[in-house]
Design a protein around this ligand. Structure first.
Ligand SMILES: CC(C)(COP(=O)(O)OP(=O)(O)OC[C@H]1O[C@@H](n2cnc3c(N)ncnc32)[C@H](O)[C@@H]1OP(=O)(O)O)[C@@H](O)C(=O)NCCC(=O)NCCS
Length: 122
């Protein structure tokens, strides 16, 4: 059963400018490993903006309650390149309260915009 769905878009240039202006923002939004490619290089801004959109989409899928921590929704990547979602702490607690048992996620970035769709399944 689908318990929640979330969608979000982020303008890549604006997101990149915010990260450049306030570098500590990255640590508030992302776990260190989320910011790295499998090669160990840092992800580009489009990829980071899509991950930011994914976190907003997770919040929407859960009804956007107060108190969720950005780093408690983690986007990781399977060997194939497919993104997956792992939840911790505040997000895991809300998901459990709603009966969420699995997550589905899709990311995209093109034409200056990054986007994400998230489905929470019970
Ligand atoms: C509510 C929130 C998701 C809105 O997002 P936003 O980026 O400001 O605005 P967007 O344009 O992307 O989305 C707006 C839409 O969100 C939807 N929305 C508003 N409250 C919502 C809620 N409680 N649950 C789900 N969707 C909600 C509405 O449909 C709204 O559109 P509408 O006003 O036309 O109806 C945002 O303010 C928020 O709380 N973000 C979560 C922050 C957070 O918890 N971060 C940690 C995530 S792990």
């Amino acid at each position: 059963m689908i318990i929640g769905v979330g969608i979000d878009v982020a303008e890549i240039d604006r997101f990149a400018a915010s990260l450049r202006r306030t570098p500590q923002m990255a640590d508030r939004l992302f776990l260190e490993r989320e910011m790295l490619l499998p090669s160990g290089e840092r992800r580009g801004y489009a990829s980071l903006a899509a991950r930011f959109a994914a976190k907003e989409a997770v919040a929407k899928a859960l009804g956007a309650p107060a108190g969720l921590h950005w780093t408690d929704a983690e986007v990781y990547v399977e060997e194939s390149g497919r993104p997956r979602l792992r939840v911790h702490g505040t997000v895991a607690a809300r998901a459990e309260a709603l009966g969420v048992r699995s997550w589905h996620i899709s990311l995209s970035h093109d034409a200056g915009v990054a986007s994400a769709v998230v489905i929470a399944e019970g």
